[in-house]
Design a protein around this ligand. Structure first.
Ligand code: 13P
Length: 262
């Protein structure tokens, strides 16, 4: 069964751009893509701003009929209640978020997010109608000790345990050593982990889920290397950090089909 997966280019803004800067950025990116006659049905675009920007992004996206999806960078495992500082998936859904990043390596590293916490957040996202973008990836030490795929595969197995088979998910493979380092993985390295990740989805959620789930690569993606990743059979898009904050770079990444094969 061959299922065409719509490529997804996602921008993780991390802790950058306040709500006023977000409005200006989303408008400029939209103009750049419309000028270039970008077909949003052939390559989906999503942005992941800080929580405080989401209401403003919703307003500009709705008001200007902008075809970007958007989502938060984290979500609470809980629905509501005495959880100071947390944000419920229900609130994100109410703001029109389609997606939410879960288990980014910076959350795992700096905020003590374990695989079990990630799994609980994935369940909460699905419960509230959000598509979790489940981030997995190995550190340089993991790579040395276990090879590339062992840790991401183990992380994904925990994240998917107990999830309804019908749940819509996206998986982002981000080797920690490639994030913000300027040293991206090679397309072959990305494929060598993306393929076993798809096998995990097949084993745990079924072949149909594996065939339709998008697997993104993240870690020092830029306009000059995106085309190589997108040629790999199991890489269906990118999760972009630094380059997603620059209009020209991000729009060139989104328009990679114009330079695939170059
Ligand atoms: P860079 O693209 O800046 O390496 O960041 C990748 C990332 O962490 C996206 O989530």
């Amino acid at each position: 069964m061959v299922v065409a997966r719509t490529p997804l280019i996602a921008g993780n803004w991390k802790m950058n751009l306040d709500h006023l800067q977000a409005i200006a950025f989303v408008q400029k990116l939209d103009w750049a893509l419309k000028d270039a006659k970008h077909d949003f049905a052939s390559v989906e675009v999503a942005v992941f701003p800080p929580f405080t920007d989401l209401r403003s992004v919703q307003t500009i996206v709705n008001g200007d009929k902008i075809e970007f999806a958007y989502g938060a960078q984290d979500v609470s495992a809980h629905d509501s209640g005495a959880y100071t500082g947390e944000v419920s998936g229900a609130f994100l859904s109410a703001l029109g978020c389609g997606y939410v990043l879960i288990g980014h390596s910076e959350r795992r590293q700096y905020h003590g997010e374990t695989d079990e916490i990630v799994a609980a957040k994935v369940k909460a996202a699905v419960k509230h109608g959000l598509v979790p973008v489940i981030c997995v990836g190995e550190t340089a030490e993991d790579l040395e000790a276990h090879g590339a795929s062992a840790v991401p595969v183990a992380q994904l197995e925990v994240a998917l345990a107990g999830l309804p088979k019908k749940a819509d998910i996206v998986v982002a493979y981000e080797p920690v050593w490639a994030i913000g380092s300027g040293q991206a993985a090679t397309p072959e390295q990305a494929e060598q982990v993306a393929a076993p990740l798809r096998a995990v989805i097949a084993r745990m959620m079924g072949e149909a889920a594996a065939a339709k789930t998008r697997i993104l690569y993240g870690g020092s993606v830029g306009a000059s290397n995106i085309a190589g990743f997108m040629r790999e059979p199991n890489v269906d898009g990118a999760l972009v950090g630094g380059a997603s904050l620059k209009i020209n770079d991000f729009s060139a990444i989104i328009r990679y089909q114009k330079h695939v094969g170059v």
